[in-house]
Write a protein that binds this ligand. Sequence first.
Ligand SMILES: [Zn+2]
Length: 312
Amino acid sequence: MELHLHLEGAVRAAALVRLSSRSPDPIFPDLAAVRARRRELGSKEAFFGFYRDVCRQLRSPADYALVARGLVSRLARENVRWAEITVSPAVVEKIGLDWFDVVDALERVFLEHERKGGGRVRILLDLVRHWGPASAARVLDLHAVRPWRRVVGFSLGGDETAHAARDFREVYRRGRKAGLLPVVHAGEWAGPESVADALRFLEPVRIAHGIRAVEDPALLKALVKKGVVCDVCPTSNLRTGAVSRGEAHPLRRMLLAGVRVTLSTDDPGLFGTTLAGEYRRAASWGATGAELARCAATARQAAARTRSYRPR
Ligand SMILES: [Zn+2]
């Protein structure tokens, strides 16, 4: 099970070089250039710069399909039986592509993957926080025009410091009413108050990251009481500068407090990681075998929750 995973961030290094080579002045002329960009990571700014440069290489629905093929082949290798992949219609439109053309291209890849027994793929629609509530509403509009049956939920992502959670209250109300599972990126770069605001105004079933909740014991208790699952991505938190050192990562404090935690890769192509790699990293920070088994069990329960989600 992998629940926190962005398609645009899943571009493998070789695919990135291939896509980039069509430009007269490629940003990623070879694998060494990709590795160099990975080494430069360590801050939010460097991460968004890398992410933007990757998105700039996507110029057609076929490019999206190429990325999706690379992603599902990795999921198959790791025997991931259920993946919730976040895809950004707003980024697709920003690039100048038609969302429904991209949906058709992606659907073919995911369908083939499932037919070959590669595990289930479901989609979360990305709402880009720093593009504001109108952009987020537009994503739900697109889904209402032609619902993609593979879509099970939506997730507010992007720069957490750009807009307050309450600005998206109406969008979340609408998404929930449409039967879509509400997920929010919070407590990554912004503090515990961002997690508290997400809980209060957006009522998510899951929080992407949520790690800074450890700074507020009452908030940890609230997460436990509500049963909100936090999809934590250890490598991502290091590479984006959310956490400075692995030993300081809040994962174990969250687990010890009883928070329901799952592990994911977030942007495996950008960070050069795998799901097994995330478990190994968590173990290297002291997570016990029992704790890691609990993360895996929580992921199975969270996937079951997605399957049974009904609007209130
Ligand atoms: Zn994410």
